[in-house]
Design a protein around this ligand. Structure first.
Ligand code: AMP
Length: 321
């Protein structure tokens, strides 16, 4: 069932236990939306039990730490899942045991789930939806909640640069900043890098391959990670090392996740609709920013072939807002 902001606030008021969830391999928007919403509920309803489940992220540890959530916590709970398009990516073993489930997301709704859904593909971040929910609620928005939600918007929009950033995004972000938190410390935590990381990026740039003139990619094997003493989680968001290169219409970063037994692929474009190809290879995402998984390096060629067809067939993004 479609939910409005009012339905969601009503459901939050009804429940005494609320568990906020987000996707596996969390990014800033996953953390910002789930922890930001949880903080907002805690601030306004201090007697409720509010938990955030899921694996912790080293890179996002400056924002918050997940709770130790037990299976029994889910009984009679309201679960709110943010920023997670499909059920396989929900970072919880027990989410289906909740009494009611709400999905709040800005991805294409390929896999509807939950009792209530609030989906808005026009939004740059799930955190922008949470910002809208809390700032129009007439309830308190603390600086702690504002900081979390703002971080989600900043990361998914790449500092307000990506398409779908609009006047409303900036207005909501401005209202969050006005709540008073240390903006510079967020940027420092997100973007300051060690020399070791910069050197690895320099090495990756030397490994860029170009397919059909307009598709660039880098393959990172587990061996390369070990040799340079890097880890999967640190390197995973680095697809952007190939962005803003005039000749590259589509770019992708492939990283071997030996522990989980797959090769993760981040695919980006500034002009071609890539999420159809991502879906074909165990993935999905947005039209210009998607993720996929393969299990053998040789499948890279197949993806490259499919991506080059997008360019040949002019499968262009025409979006704006
Ligand atoms: P990433 O490249 O991991 O930053 O992901 C880019 C976008 O694609 C995000 O919106 C993710 O939620 C989505 N995405 C990444 N991997 C997958 C996957 N395996 N299945 C579905 N969506 C994905």
């Amino acid at each position: 069932m479609q939910a409005t902001k009012e339905t969601i606030l009503q459901k939050i008021k009804e429940y005494s236990t609320i568990i906020c969830l987000r996707h596996i391999s969390p990014d800033g928007d996953a953390y910002g939306s789930a922890f930001g919403l949880a903080q907002f509920i805690k601030d306004n309803f201090p007697t409720k039990k509010v938990l955030v489940d899921g694996e912790p992220s080293k890179y996002l540890a400056f924002l918050a730490t997940p709770d130790l959530v037990k299976q029994e916590d889910y009984q009679d709970a309201l679960v709110i899942v943010t920023d997670t398009a499909n059920i396989e990516r929900i970072d919880s073993k027990y989410w289906q045991e909740a009494k009611e489930i709400i999905k709040i997301d800005h991805h294409p709704n390929m896999t509807p789930y939950g009792d209530f859904q609030w989906i808005d593909e026009k939004k740059i971040a799930a955190s922008e939806m949470i910002a809208d929910l809390v700032l129009t609620s007439k309830l308190e928005v603390s600086s702690v909640a504002a900081r979390l939600i703002f971080t989600g918007i900043v990361t998914d929009s790449n500092r307000f640069m990506y398409n779908k950033t609009c006047g409303e995004t900036l207005m909501l972000a401005g209202q969050l900043v006005a709540k008073g938190f240390d903006l510079q410390s967020i940027y420092k935590n997100l973007y300051e890098e060690s020399w070791k990381n910069v050197c690895f990026k320099r090495y990756l740039l030397s490994q860029v391959m170009i397919y059909d003139n307009h598709i660039s990619y880098v393959k990172i094997t587990d061996e390369m990670l070990k040799e340079h003493q890097m880890d999967y989680q640190t390197v995973k968001p680095w697809v952007n090392i190939m962005s803003n290169v005039k000749e590259f219409k589509i770019w992708m970063l492939l990283i071997e996740n030996k522990e989980e037994g797959y090769i993760n692929i981040s695919i980006r474009s500034n002009s071609y609709i890539i999420n159809g190809v991502a879906e074909k290879y165990n993935g999905g995402g947005h039209q210009l920013a998607s993720g996929a998984k393969i299990y053998e390096w040789k499948d890279t060629e197949k993806i490259l072939g499919d991506l080059s067809l997008l360019i040949k067939n002019n499968v262009k993004y025409v979006g704006g807002q």
